[in-house]
Design a protein around this ligand. Sequence first.
Ligand code: SF4
Length: 85
Amino acid sequence: MDVSRMSVAFQALKQQMLRRSPACRNDDRFVADELEAVDQREMAELCALCPLRAACAAYAAAERPAAGFWAGIKYPRPLGRPRKD
Ligand code: SF4
């Protein structure tokens, strides 16, 4: 992992979260280990409309989170799958 890229991406996302509250805030599904397909579709729709999506996706791409739902994608990602972003 490139620590400097992670730090920059994290700081950018953090700054945006201080200005705007994303739809995922206080929604426990975004940190759940297991998700139903219907929830994932609904969450992806929320992410698609989120003004923080670009920063969120950049952060997730840099850090490759061990858990959670980031910018429309459930992490961790299965190995060997092509990236969507
Ligand atoms: S794009 Fe990121 S910040 Fe926005 S709702 Fe989805 S997970 Fe939350």
